[in-house]
Ligand binder design. Structure first.
Ligand code: NAP
Length: 259
């Protein structure tokens, strides 16, 4: 399907690997010129090179921590203006609800709520002026069904979801569609580290931990970064103009819910 976005400009945050890279690849395949970001210079530079080679689009890497004001300033400087914004950052660590202190919560809220909001505040006004824009925030299935050990994530991402619910309706009249994608279990480094946490907690092997977690998914396997990227690119397409303020759950049917 032609997504109708060839020649548009996009920013994908936290994109040297995993779900962010999946989104960057799918947008590049649709012909979008990109700025992509991650903290590790060597990895983001290599990813930018590979995507540019494979899809023949411009890809500018920016090594910066997107969760800090300085990092965002560096990224925004490289972007100038953009038509498409995909917000993403590493997720908070697992733990126990009784152990987290104020600083833990502030760090999680900064990374997984306020960073996305700051990027939208910086870039959506330009999209509104130009009469076209797409924003996808990568959140988590934990927004629909909390993961007890990921309380910091449950908290921060729910705050972002509430913000988007209101804000998306305020900008839709200017041709800007803002939505969230809620990943369930996908085969990325993040999934590996959560498998490892389960293996340690249950005193089982990594393979057993992975099998335990995959058994909770009706499709029987983790999603891939490419699955995720395809959905993201569709939400950034011309065809998605009537999709506003939605929370798209990508979890292989894992949440046993009706709506
Ligand atoms: P991943 O495979 O670990 O990749 C994370 C990417 O983000 C890397 O490119 C990393 O590069 C970059 N990154 C991390 N922190 C950053 C920061 N502060 N500033 C800039 N870039 C940063 O993770 P993933 O699985 O793709 O997950 C992406 C998001 O989806 C996370 O928030 C995660 O919690 C959430 N999620 C994932 C799953 C899943 O099953 N994979 C499920 C639910 C939610 P550098 O380390 O070089 O910065």
């Amino acid at each position: 399907m032609d997504l109708g976005i060839r020649g548009k400009r996009g920013l994908v945050c936290a994109a040297s690997k995993g779900l962010g890279r999946g989104c960057a690849e799918a947008l590049a395949e649709a012909g979008v010129d990109l700025v992509i970001n991650a903290r590790t210079r060597g990895e983001i530079t290599q990813t930018a090179y590979e995507i540019a080679q494979k899809y023949g689009v411009q890809v500018t890497p920016v090594a910066a921590d997107i969760t800090t004001p300085e990092g965002r300033a560096k990224v925004l400087d490289a972007v100038g203006h953009t038509d498409i914004l995909v917000t993403n950052a590493g997720g908070p660590p697992p733990g126990n609800w009784q152990d987290w202190d104020r600083d833990d919560f502030i760090r999680a809220i900064d990374a997984n709520m306020l960073t996305a909001i700051a990027l939208m505040q910086a870039l959506v006004p330009g999209m509104m002026e130009r009469g076209w824009g797409r924003v996808v925030n990568i959140t988590s299935a934990a927004v629909r069904s909390p993961v007890p050990v990921l309380g910091l994530s449950n908290t921060a991402r729910s705050g972002l979801t509430g913000f988007v619910a209101g804000m998306s309706r305020q900008v839709a009249g200017h041709g800007v569609c803002v939505n969230n994608i809620l990943p369930g279990l996908h085969a990325t480094d993040r999934a590996e580290s959560l498998d490892a946490a389960v293996a340690e907690r249950e005193s089982i092997s990594m393979d057993e931990a992975r099998a335990l977690r995959q058994a909770t998914i009706p499709t029987g396997s983790y999603g891939t970064a490419a699955d995720f990227g395809a959905a993201c690119a569709f939400l950034c397409s011309q065809q998605a103009r009537f999709i506003v303020g939605q929370n798209l759950l990508l979890d292989g049917g894992a949440l046993n819910v009706t709506v």
